[in-house]
Design a protein around this ligand. Structure first.
Ligand code: PXL
Length: 267
């Protein structure tokens, strides 16, 4: 069986985040990767020089082509830019009956460039989170979505409960932005229990695309039929290897190493 996964996201010309990170990750996970591009960005490790959204009709056409011939076992969303694109993707996902929809609520790039209008946060809450199988915010995104201040793992749990109540079946709050200097702890909540995934914190500027890569592993693992818990554990191991052995390219925030995990590089 060939498992297929789809990413609906922005293109990062520098290859570290967005569509490019997702497709590299799907490949590493031995899942056939497909993409519907929402926006083209001009960027490199130094920052985002330009953002060019595509029209909702172009995005809908890509989704229709893919789904009519190559139905995916799992789908992830990344940069969605604005209300119209969010509504188009959410409507298509609902009418297609996609069960494994992974929502990475991308808002701001590492250097500070906006990838989602601030007023579109309400659209994520109203349209996309209610149909998400997994949502994977980082701490600033979880704060923006819940209105809570998150300072520790207990706050992550409270925010995860809020996001679960908004309709997401599983919530993963990524710990990369925690003040803890020793560890990074991700929190998974499935409406029943909390599960924590801890790894040693790696001190490096080369973390561009970590969020995209992490949620792409979850998507690929779910496409293969793995459980949410196992998919998050694999994503944690994959991203820890990718950050620990980053490539050292570019003069700014460099990309992670998408092949480190499967080359068996020791963490
Ligand atoms: O990491 C968030 C992200 C998502 N999608 C695109 C991006 C970025 C960060 O730069 O460029 C296209």
């Amino acid at each position: 069986m060939v498992y297929k996964a789809l990413t609906i996201a922005g293109s990062d010309s520098g290859g570290g985040a967005g569509i490019q990170a997702d497709l590299k990750t799907f490949q590493e996970c031995h899942v056939y990767g497909m993409s519907a591009i929402t926006a083209v960005t001009a960027q490199n490790t130094k920052g985002v020089q330009g953002v060019y959204p595509l029209s909702a009709s172009v995005i809908l056409e890509q989704l229709t082509s893919i789904n009519g011939d190559l139905p995916p076992q799992a789908v992830k969303t990344g940069m969605l830019v604005n209300d119209e694109i969010i509504a188009t993707v959410a409507d298509f996902a609902s009418s297609s009956g996609w069960e494994k929809l992974i929502v990475d609520p991308v808002m701001i790039a590492k250097g500070g460039a906006s990838l989602l209008g601030e007023k579109s946060i309400g659209s994520l809450i109203n349209h996309l989170i209610p149909i998400a199988y997994v949502i994977t915010p980082n701490i600033p995104e979880a704060e923006a979505l819940t209105g809570r201040e998150i300072l520790n793992v207990d706050d992550c749990r409270r925010a995860a409960e809020d996001l679960y109540k908004m309709g997401a079946k599983h919530v993963v709050i990524k710990g990369g932005h925690q003040p803890d200097t020793l560890n990074a702890t991700d929190t998974l909540y499935d409406g029943i229990g909390f599960y924590e995934f801890t790894s040693p914190r790696v001190s490096t500027p080369h973390t561009h695309g970590t969020g995209c890569t992490f949620s792409a592993v979850i998507t690929a693992e779910l496409a293969k039929g793995n459980t949410a818990y196992d998919s998050v554990q694999t994503a944690k191991d994959f991203i820890t290897a990718a950050i620990s052995h980053s490539l050292g390219i570019g003069s700014g925030h460099g990309p992670t190493n998408h092949w480190a995990y499967h080359e068996g590089v020791k963490i």
